[in-house]
Design a protein. Structure first.
Length: 119
């Protein structure tokens, strides 16, 4: 079964950090760019960050630049999103997807992990 599984979400205070993981099973991530997305209640899904298949190219939404870092370990078939200086407005369900950063077409999606930033 081909799937992506996110983990690492949870409740954190403002200013805190979390690291999300996106692990693939049933296929290798080596040939896929990986995007992170989030959706807050009542809002549309937005792109957060994307990393190329080689890891050599990354991009970030303006709202997270300087605070979030995307990385990948192809040997572990996993992509990470390190989130620092978290704000209440970062609260959302975070999803990862495998596909193309350039075309924004994604073939596989995870089920999401909840991130809540609150005091």
């Amino acid at each position: 079964q081909l799937q992506l599984v996110e983990s690492g979400g949870g409740l954190v205070q403002p200013g805190g950090s979390l690291r999300l993981s996106c692990a693939a099973s049933g296929f290798t991530l080596d040939y896929y760019a990986i995007g992170w997305f989030r959706q807050a209640p009542g809002k549309e899904r937005e792109g957060v960050s994307c990393i190329s298949s080689s890891g050599g190219s990354t991009n970030y939404a303006d709202s997270v630049k300087g605070r979030f870092t995307i990385s990948r370990d192809n040997a572990k078939n996993t992509v990470y999103l390190q989130m620092n200086s978290l704000k209440p407005e970062d609260t959302a369900v975070y999803y990862c997807a495998a596909g193309s950063c350039r075309t924004a077409v994604y073939d596989y999606w995870g089920q999401g992990t909840q991130v809540t930033v609150s005091s």
